[in-house]
Design a protein around this ligand. Structure first.
Ligand code: HH2
Length: 269
């Protein structure tokens, strides 16, 4: 999943793809580099980001989404927590709603996803983007995130969303300290065992910067390390800014993990 941020303030690429022309060029480049999905977001969720209203989000989002839908033959995901924005995005061609609030941000989102049949990403976040990094606290981060995701699946199903529409995401960096992000990655297979495809959004995040001492634009190698672990532990969707290098990382790691599985099968036969 290649990230296309049409925001002035995203943490790693804010302001880079604000015009339709630049955004489209980037989407085409990600397609050429091997992306399977384009995730378009018009509201930053970095720690401390200021929320924007529906009108502003649609103003940024729709022209880009329409242009990408016209020329890039890939599924489009819309990164939004607002049902009205998701509705317009789906009308314009999006087929996935990437809801970082996991249906908690807007009481109408569950019904909208159920009605339209769109896929939905349910992500864990402690707090809100404005407050989430102030004092994240967990007794057992893996168990708590698992419990949250199970509960959000129940809510989704109660809205009439089918299991086949659901993707889960432990939400790296969303109300998590360094140790929490590392624990979630070390035990990532706990999430893949829930029975839904799991998305990992580790690209260029602060915990990688802390480990590598690199600024956002230089976190590609560190990101590849985290992506490799997530894929080995069963991640099905990797949300990234640098498609070419991460496509190669995923190709190598998933080939190795397929080989490991078939070996286990043979020796057990
Ligand atoms: N991370 C970001 C945004 N959306 N969605 C999912 N499902 N999972 C994530 O980990 C995730 C996400 C943050 O990254 P980015 O879009 O680059 O930054 P910003 O929120 O500042 O626009």
């Amino acid at each position: 999943m290649g990230v296309l941020n049409v925001t002035p303030d995203s943490f790693s690429d804010g302001g880079a793809f604000l015009t339709v022309e630049h955004a489209l060029q980037h989407a085409r480049q990600m397609q050429a580099e091997g992306a399977d999905i384009i995730d378009i977001g018009a509201e930053s969720s970095r720690p401390g980001a200021q929320p924007i209203d529906e009108t502003e989000e649609l103003r940024r989002l729709l022209p880009v989404l329409e242009a990408v839908h016209d020329v890039v033959p890939l599924p489009i995901s819309v990164d939004t927590t607002k049902a009205a924005v998701a509705r317009r995005a789906i009308r314009a061609g999006a087929t996935i709603v990437n809801d970082i609030s996991a249906l908690r941000g807007d009481p109408l989102m569950g019904q909208l996803v159920a009605e339209t049949g769109a896929a939905v990403v349910l992500m864990h976040m402690q707090g809100t983007p404005q407050t989430m990094q102030q004092s994240p606290r967990y007794t057992n981060v893996v168990e708590e995130v698992l419990g949250f995701l199970r509960e959000r699946v129940r809510v989704a199903i109660a809205h009439g969303i089918k299991g086949s529409q659901i993707v889960l995401d432990p939400g790296f960096g969303f109300g998590k300290l360094q140790e929490h992000n590392l624990q979630l990655l070390a035990e990532f297979d706990a999430f893949t065992k829930l029975g839904y495809p799991v998305l990992a959004g580790v690209s260029r995040k602060q915990f990688i910067g802390n480990l590598t001492q690199q600024p956002v634009q230089e976190r590609g190698y560190g990101t590849a390390g985290a992506v490799a672990v997530a894929v080995l532990k069963g991640a099905r969707i990797i949300r990234v800014h640098d498609v070419r290098s991460m496509r190669d990382t995923v190709s190598v790691v998933s080939a190795i993990s397929r080989h490991a599985r078939s070996d286990v099968g043979v020796s057990n036969a």
